[in-house]
Write a protein that binds this ligand. Structure first.
Ligand SMILES: Nc1ncnc2c1ncn2[C@@H]1O[C@H](COP(=O)(O)OP(=O)(O)OP(=O)(O)O)[C@@H](O)[C@H]1O
Ligand SMILES: [Mg+2]
Length: 243
């Protein structure tokens, strides 16, 4: 079953074409990565998938439901880890999760035990009462991951989930992602780390200037272009994958 299907997805910001009519399908239980240089349109595609904004044109269905027909119904089944830190600085760690859960009509009685369990899952349970300003950058990314899981989503959207994490923390987040996948969740992520794409993604779409230039498994791409994923990326986008 396709969790996401997009046909001719286009998104304009005024006159600027951020995504120029792309087609892709993502099946249940898959980990699908969007790769591409800054400004390629990755975050924009994600925003359409999690119903933050409608496409300018094209047909996008999530769980078989058109994003323009029932965005609230779709949102309740999705978890989002945004590219930017969007934690509430006036609330502590636990409160950030409990207040966020209210958007999904999950009451404190139910959300608090889940929140505590999720803080254990992302290994920051010792920060439960800490103000947000006392967290390191990596801890904030972990808290954002926990927050994305508060509604037990079927589809998880992770926009650069491990940016700024040290290598140990990055591996630990990869383990969490594998654990979620093994429980049947579908994952969509963007990353600028080649190792992440290669290790975690079943398939990747390489984007450039609002278009998908190729979609395939990392192994298939490396074999077709006879090189590393970095080489494939460079060939298709004209940019080196990583610094
Ligand atoms: N809210 C917005 N208003 C106007 N233009 C926008 C907006 N968001 C993105 N854009 C433009 O749309 C294009 C695609 O941006 P997007 O954020 O989707 O890229 P990205 O692939 O996620 O890049 P990055 O790797 O830097 O995160 C860019 O040209 C960007 O300037
Ligand atoms: Mg982005």
């Amino acid at each position: 079953m396709n969790v996401v299907s997009a046909k001719g997805l286009a998104k304009y910001y005024g006159a600027l074409c951020a995504v120029g009519g792309i087609d892709f399908e993502i099946s249940k239980g898959e980990c699908f990565g969007f790769l591409g240089p800054n400004g390629a349109g990755k975050t924009t595609v994600m925003g359409v998938i999690y119903c933050f904004m409608p496409p300018t044109s094209g047909e996008v269905k999530i769980f078989g439901i058109d994003v323009t027909v029932d965005p609230s119904g779709i949102k309740s089944r999705i978890g989002v880890m945004p590219q930017d830190d969007s934690l509430d600085p006036d609330l502590n760690v636990l409160e950030n999760l409990i207040v966020y859960a209210r958007y999904f009509d999950i009451h404190k009685k139910d959300s608090e035990p889940t929140a505590r369990e999720l803080l254990r899952f992302v290994d920051i349970e010792d920060k439960v009462d800490a103000p947000i300003k006392d967290l390191s950058g990596g801890m904030k990314r972990r808290l954002l991951l926990a927050r994305a899981l508060i509604n037990t989503p079927e589809l998880l959207i992770l926009d650069e989930p491990t940016v700024g994490l040290d290598p140990y923390s990055r591996h630990s987040v990869w383990e969490k992602m594998e654990a979620l996948k093994s429980k049947g969740a579908t994952l969509i992520l963007t990353t600028h780390y080649m190792e992440e794409a290669e290790k975690i993604c079943d398939r990747v779409a390489i984007m450039n200037a609002g278009r998908i230039v190729t979609i395939d498994s990392p192994a298939e791409l490396m074999s077709r272009y006879r090189g590393s994923l970095e080489d494939v990326y460079l060939k298709l986008t004209g940019r080196p994958f990583a610094a």
